[in-house]
Write a protein that binds this ligand. Structure first.
Ligand code: ADP
Ligand code: MG
Length: 140
């Protein structure tokens, strides 16, 4: 694994811009595995990913009750939130690799995935107080 890049953002907009930049480097079929507590900024990060992939970021919401959302774009984005899913077998049944095939798949609460994903970028967001967030991005 390449050594992770670490950033500190001081607003939601900065987090959005960081994710937008990352998205432009992603190959179709990549998983973006998001880690961080509630309110850390995972969904905000996914909105930035959407923008970088040519998806309308305004379409991206917190899929609190909807487990999986698909967005059409230059590169399609699939957004999964595993917060309410604690059964690893159920996650497996989602067939995430198939879902990611032609696009980017962003997973909130990725620690609930039952197994490692092949092509992935791991994004960890820590709340440092106020609007400061430490964001580490590691590929591999
Ligand atoms: P999560 O999906 O991790 O639960 P959300 O993205 O839904 O979190 O919410 C993050 C909240 O934190 C939003 O209200 C956002 O405006 C706020 N926020 C404050 N500072 C930042 C920052 N630097 N980056 C991202 N979000 C931030
Ligand atoms: Mg969220």
């Amino acid at each position: 694994m390449a050594s992770p890049d670490a950033f500190v953002t001081t607003s939601e907009q900065e987090t959005f811009a960081l994710a937008e930049t990352l998205a432009r480097t992603l190959q179709p079929g990549t998983f973006v595995l998001l880690h961080g507590d509630l309110g850390a900024g995972k969904t905000a990060f996914v909105r930035g990913l959407a923008s970088g992939l040519g998806v309308d970021p305004g379409d991206v919401s917190s899929p609190t009750f909807v487990l999986i959302q698909h967005y059409r774009g230059r590169v399609p984005l699939t957004h999964v939130d595993l917060y309410r899913l604690d059964n690893a077998a159920a996650v497996d049944d989602l067939g995430l690799e198939e879902l990611a095939a032609g696009g980017v798949l962003a997973v909130e609460w990725a620690e609930r995935l039952p197994r490692a994903m092949d092509s992935s970028v791991t994004v960890t967001i820590e709340d440092m107080g106020g609007d400061r967030r430490r964001i580490t991005i590691a590929s591999g």
